[in-house]
Design a protein around this ligand. Structure first.
Ligand code: AMP
Length: 439
């Protein structure tokens, strides 16, 4: 018989590459830091519930025009910072740089104008801006925002400022509310003219960006953080002197509400917020020691024209957004303690393979019985499981071993006294509840 030739097995090789890193300006949020994010989520939810705001989630990808048309072509976001691209079907898309325009789009798209007005919405999620990464500035960051659409009253401006103010103060962050009015379209046209007049002879001293802004987006001159421009603006005309009667009235009535609510504010004549969709009230929240607002925690204002700009009907609206990375950084800098997490009612420990199997099933039973239960099934040694329970501050530990499985019992250990009791397996749940004084 001819000898069969052995066919060689194909060799399977793992091909390694240099470990890819996070994209510049983007950060992993690691388990060790999740406590801050959990706390943020809880805090957002509780504030939203108190003031009756409903959550909206819009897609991270939007059509480019949504932002180019509403934020303004001469803004930094549109000019320099958008993560925009053309997809495989030729659509011009963008990773959202902010979420007020998407909320306004959703309001129109889902006919929310047919619901009782105003519509009160909040959101929470990632935003993307292609900025130079530095402290307090990332390319992916998270914002929480509250928006009210369909109400023109100054009471709404005050409510929005109140919520933003409470959001931060209730976490222990001390802030100042910076506020201004940029007026309606008519006021803004008059003010722009006055500004252009003021800067006419000073053009040579402006930074390169501001030279361009002078004709294209004059109000943004006041936003510039370049020292040369900051000094020049000292004597510039102020928006409040150019407000129409109705804008002035709106502003003063907003301030009256804030006075009544005892919200301290700082009238900041040079705050303009730069985006095209804003009108009348604009505000920012600065950390108490921040004198320039370079790392403002958040900001917002009225945007009465936005829905109309997007093809909807006239819809007065107001809102704000806070940057959560900056809020968390402030909590850490100021060493503000987070509220303590709820301690589990019971820790379930196990010894040996068979006990682990049984314990995993029992864990589910405990959960369904309305008990907050903790365990770590990857730890083998009883001592390390007890140490963990101790660290968590759990008062009752249930221990399941080979012997208990045979006897259909479980050990219940009181962590304070160290006393252990043998309990019939079927009676464990009522026994724990009795010990905890739970029904
Ligand atoms: P803005 O709409 O630009 O005023 O942003 C509102 C808030 O979002 C700011 O006050 C910051 O807290 C936060 N924010 C904006 N841009 C960034 C960024 N690149 N990195 C981190 N946080 C940001």
């Amino acid at each position: 018989m001819p000898r069969r030739k052995k066919t060689a097995e194909p060799e399977i090789k793992i091909k390694s590459i240099k470990t890819p890193q996070t994209v510049r300006g983007m950060k992993d949020i690691l388990p060790v830091n999740q406590k801050y994010w959990d706390f943020m989520r809880d805090h957002i939810k509780s504030i939203a519930e108190d003031y009756s705001y409903k959550r909206i989630e819009t897609p991270i990808l939007e059509n480019l025009q949504l932002f180019t048309h509403t934020l303004g072509k001469q803004t930094d976001i549109v000019e320099k910072e958008m993560f925009s691209f053309i997809d495989k079907s030729g659509e011009k898309l963008v990773l959202r740089p902010e979420n007020t325009a998407p909320v306004a789009r959703a309001y129109i798209e889902h006919g929310m104008f047919n619901q009782p007005q105003p519509v009160k919405l909040f959101y929470f999620g990632p935003m993307f801006r292609h900025e130079r990464p530095q402290s307090g500035r990332q390319r992916e960051f998270h914002q929480v925002g509250f928006e009210i659409l369909g109400d023109a009253s100054p009471a709404i401006d005050a409510e929005i400022i109140l919520i933003a103010n409470n959001f931060l103060k209730e976490m222990g962050i001390e802030i100042t509310v910076q506020i201004n009015s940029i007026g309606d379209l008519e006021s803004r046209a008059a003010y722009r003219k006055a500004l252009q007049e003021y800067y006419k002879n000073k053009k040579a001293s402006l930074c390169a960006d501001c030279k361009k802004r002078l004709t294209k987006n004059t109000l943004r001159l006041l936003d510039c953080k370049n020292v040369k421009c900051v000094n020049l603006k000292e004597n510039a005309p102020q928006t409040v002197d150019y407000l129409t009667e109705s804008s002035r009235d709106h502003f003063f009535r907003t301030l009256e509400y804030l006075d009544e609510l005892q919200i301290a504010y700082n009238l900041n004549p040079f705050l303009v917020r730069g985006l095209d969709y804003y009108n009348n009230t604009v505000f920012e929240l600065w950390e108490k020691d921040d004198e320039t607002g370079k790392t403002a925690l958040g900001g917002g204002g009225r945007y009465d024209y936005l829905v109309e700009m997007l093809g909807g009907r006239e819809t007065p609206a107001c809102g704000f957004a806070l940057g959560l990375e900056r809020v968390i950084a402030t909590l850490r800098d100021k060493k503000i303690d987070l509220p303590k997490k709820k301690i589990p009612d019971v820790f379930l420990a196990q010894i040996g393979e068979q006990a682990r199997k049984k314990a995993m099933a029992f864990f589910e039973q405990l959960r369904k019985s309305d008990l907050k239960v903790a365990a770590n099934f990857s730890k083998q040694k009883l001592k390390s499981q007890l140490d963990l329970a101790n660290k968590m501050g759990v008062k009752i530990v249930l221990i399941l071993g080979q012997r208990e499985i045979v006897d259909e019992t479980i050990l219940m250990r009181d962590m304070d006294s160290g006393i252990q009791e043998v309990i019939n397996f079927k009676k464990v749940i009522p026994e724990i509840k009795k010990t905890l004084g739970k029904k």
